[in-house]
Design a protein around this ligand. Structure first.
Ligand SMILES: [Zn+2]
Length: 323
């Protein structure tokens, strides 16, 4: 049996780089799909770092996109502790913390770096695949989920990892996400974290009250007939951080222009929102949309904050007057 290899094209700037995670190159993994649905004739050589090479050797899948996802999942697993640093701390908190003793000081100095390296590796996108200048089918990432700046290969994987990171029983977090919907992961985690007690009876009671809460929200948030929006220059809009999420000025500008002031109205405009921001990229649209959900939710649950602290409160007031 003769076996020829096809090497994927490597752009000059990536010539010493792992395609999976961006770390320095170690060796190419000869990937052969298994099961081989498309009857691929010869293995494809994919550049790897030492670690990803090791992962690849233990993985049997039918396509490169699945191989990439499995490698990412292994990275998530292996560096779970490092990724959790970002859950437990912000950079500023860590810098300000007063760890004492040599070992702890060492932790403080290296912790954020370890977090950023792990985050960079799981989020790394590789480069578009081509062989001899012929692009391969673009790999899809349609099941990918982003949360708090970290990409997960699927909603399932996100739940498994986040349940660990936030110390929430996984079946409970699953149940909560099922009720609130996959687009409201942050809300689901906040709810699950503030639930009292995790016994079966307590969980059932919490889920029941969550359902009641959502039903109430839906009634309260009956979309008001769409009011006139206002045109505001991007420079006039302040960016802010809420729940570790940047609230981007461009997205805020868009909702002001559409006269959106509530989550319900945002939901009504979901399609047009994505249509508009997908022009930048799917990831941008998704990130912006999540940010606007967080922003409007904050304004809804904390009206005092909305009236007195929101740096864009004057703009929202203008919008209200306009209605
Ligand atoms: Zn790698």
């Amino acid at each position: 049996m003769t076996l020829s290899y096809q090497a994927i094209d490597i752009p000059f700037e990536y010539r010493h780089t792992c395609w999976f995670c961006g770390e320095p190159y170690y060796e190419s993994f000869a990937f052969m799909p298994s099961p081989n649905y498309d009857n691929q004739a010869s293995p494809v050589l994919v550049p790897c770092c030492e670690e990803c090479y090791g992962f690849c050797r233990t993985i049997k899948v039918s396509g490169l996109d699945l191989l990439r996802d499995k490698v990412k999942e292994q990275l998530h697993k292996k560096y779970q502790k490092h990724l959790q640093i970002g859950v437990n701390w912000t950079k500023e908190e860590l810098e300000a913390s007063e760890f004492e003793g040599k070992a702890l000081e060492g932790f403080r100095e290296s912790a954020w770096k370890m977090f950023e390296i792990a985050k960079g590796r799981v989020n790394y996108q590789g480069w578009p695949l081509a062989i001899d200048g012929q692009p391969l089918e673009p790999l899809h990432g349609r099941f990918h989920v982003q949360f708090d700046g970290i990409t997960y290969t699927s909603l399932n994987q996100a739940i498994v990892q986040l349940a660990k990171a936030y110390d929430i029983p996984q079946p409970y977090l699953e149940a909560v996400v099922e009720v609130v919907g996959r687009d409201r992961l942050a809300y689901a985690i906040r709810f699950a974290k503030t639930t009292y007690g995790y016994s079966t009876a307590e969980r059932e009671a919490s889920i029941a009250s969550l359902k009641a809460l959502l039903a109430e929200e839906e009634v309260l948030a009956q979309p008001v007939a769409n009011a006139e929006g206002i045109q505001v220059a991007v420079g006039e809009i302040k960016e802010l951080i809420l729940h570790r999420t940047l609230i981007p000025a461009h997205a805020t500008q868009w909702i002001l222009e559409k006269g959106i002031t509530s989550l319900a109205q945002l939901a009504e405009h979901e399609d047009t929102f994505f249509e508009h921001f997908n022009q930048d990229s799917e990831l941008t649209a998704f990130t912006y949309f999540t940010a606007m959900q967080i922003y409007l939710e904050q304004r809804e649950i904390d009206p005092l904050w909305a009236d007195e602290q929101d740096p864009n409160r004057a703009l929202f007031e203008r919008l209200q007057h306009n209605k």
